[in-house]
Design a protein around this ligand. Sequence first.
Ligand code: GLA
Length: 373
Amino acid sequence: MLAATPPMGWNTWNTIGRNIDAQLILETAQAMVTSGLAAAGYEYVVIDDVWEGPDRVDGRLVAAADRFPGGIKQLADQIHELGLKLGIYSSAGTLTCEGELASYGHEETDAATFAEWEVDLLKYDYCHVPAGADGPALYRRMGQALRATGREIVFSMCEWGTNRPWEWGASVGAHMWRTTGDIFDRWDSIVDIGFRRQIGLEAYAGPGRWNDPDMLVVGMYGSGNVGRGGCSDVEYRTHFTHWCLLAAPLMIGCDVRSMNAATAEILLNGEAIAVNQDPLGAQARFVGEQEHADTVSQVWAKPLADGSVAVGLCNLGEQGRTVSVGFETLGIHPDRSCMVRDLWAHEDVGTMAGSYAVGLEPHASALVRVTPR
Ligand code: GLA
């Protein structure tokens, strides 16, 4: 099955925005290999908007010749030689969000072109759709066109949650769908998208069908295209923890050619990635929140294939506090004690009866694995 676990990779948009070229994308792909990201599972190198040339040639999209002199096929070959996969971008409208040529009315030709280039993923946006167009029908059209190519291409819908895509995305052939507007490199954006607007969506996720709360901003520190102030390492760790629990596609957005040690430690946490990539494919459910004077702390729980539960305890507030989870709220019989493993400290905390509590600094999260004994 394609996208049996949430797709992982890197996308040009967050850091580089419009200024993309083949060289930079290849350098990034090489850095993904040398840094260990590729071995950790990040495999899709996704070209976002502004790769397109100004005109169709024989009815077909072509890459901007100055920035992609060898075309997309050559880049795909180079990426494949590194053991990685290539993603590309278009829109269901007449133009992309940045005003480049897009696929409305050209779905079959464009899907065939992408397949010929040996592209492995298509991110399909929603800008410039004609007034009155039926969004789901436009996505169905591209979904069918992709399937007709016979190539395995992950179909990544980006209509920002406009038409409740979680309800119909899988039925039009999509493997993942954005649930909200764009993420920004700010704490309040992470909280709004991750901790507020994913509640209840777990029913729609599973192998081959993922809710996408947008790309990671881990390691951007306010730089790049979606900068907006940046976050601390503690906040990036909470962001990553939560996206792992949400079974979200893990698309890195920072410049991995220059990522620092703190960023690498977050993105390469194999125990957190294993939660994200767990074969059961469950998305964490919102267990509940504790109210405090300033804000709340939240608990989320993701069932895992071996019968254990990954739990996120998140202090969304401005003061340090203790956050706790009762095992009964995880569906575990109250008489059973549980082994708790801290997936950031990489150690077993011990066997607990009834509940687990942890002290958390502002905006920090704990990620633990709770295994009934
Ligand atoms: C939209 C999408 C972004 C990005 C840009 C590119 O805003 O939501 O993720 O692809 O378009 O123009």
